[in-house]
Write a protein that binds this ligand. Structure first.
Ligand code: FMN
Length: 217
């Protein structure tokens, strides 16, 4: 088997290894180095225009997590994992935010803002024009891409995670003080190590067949 094929298979093996962990082993901690690698994967996520209209809050503090758990149907993953990652999208994307982003491109790539005029106009005529609700939805979609990256990256490091939508976003926003920061909770993911007695790890994956899922035309 050539190394390219082997890498592809290993990736899918990792995806098969992962599962939405229901019970974490609270005694096992993710190392700082592993956490940083994971956060870098999240940082590298693709997003529309590259705007990354979200922030990721990594919650370690147990007192805060106890409050968050109560706002997440008491799901124990929130407190038992090593960290809770909260993906919070921008509620409104405004001109100032876009300008900061364009300045960053210009500086990073040693370009003038004039060179970026085409891109600026495109963002102005699309994202900035969206009605408030649609903008929020658009921003949340970008945050979910980062969540997907986190899940795959975690699996490749044999770190467990659970994507979660089972929480009250308004309560999360209040506990984390997100509203004043123009942010709202989109989705969360505890990360850590599975408990040996989490029976879910032994379940066979249930997925649509490739023929039901994929159409090649
Ligand atoms: C966006 C999203 C929200 C989810 N919310 C929860 C949740 O609140 N609690 C939970 O235990 N699992 C949650 N899950 C896990 C799914 O139930 C799980 O991913 C699905 O059954 C497939 O199983 P697998 O991930 O173990 O392969 C969520 C998954 C996704 C992608």
């Amino acid at each position: 088997m050539n190394s390219e094929v082997k890498t592809k298979n290993t990736y899918n093996e990792d995806l098969n290894w992962r599962y939405a962990t229901k019970k974490f082993d609270s005694r096992k901690e993710i190392s700082e180095e592993d956490l940083n690698t994971l956060l870098e994967s999240v940082q590298l996520s693709a997003s529309s225009y590259g705007l990354q209209p979200y922030e990721v809050i990594v919650v370690k503090d147990q007192k805060i997590r106890e409050k968050l758990k109560a706002a997440a149907w008491n799901q124990t993953q929130v407190t038992d994992a090593s960290y809770l990652m909260v993906f919070a999208n921008l509620t409104h994307v405004n001109e100032a935010y876009v300008n900061t982003y364009l300045d960053n491109i210009a500086e990073t790539r040693n370009m003038s803002r004039e060179d970026l005029k085409g891109m600026e106009d495109m963002i102005r005529n699309t994202t900035l024009q969206l009605p408030a609700d649609a903008q929020n939805t658009w921003a949340a979609k970008q945050a979910y891409i980062a969540l997907g990256n986190l899940l795959s990256a975690a699996a490749s490091q044999k770190i467990d995670a659970c994507p979660m939508e089972g929480f009250d976003a308004a309560k999360f926003d209040e506990i984390l003080g997100l509203k004043d920061r123009n942010l709202t909770t989109a989705v969360i993911a505890p990360i850590g190590y599975r408990s040996e007695d989490d029976q879910y790890q032994h379940l066979t994956k249930v997925r649509k067949s490739k023929s039901d899922l994929i159409e090649i035309i």
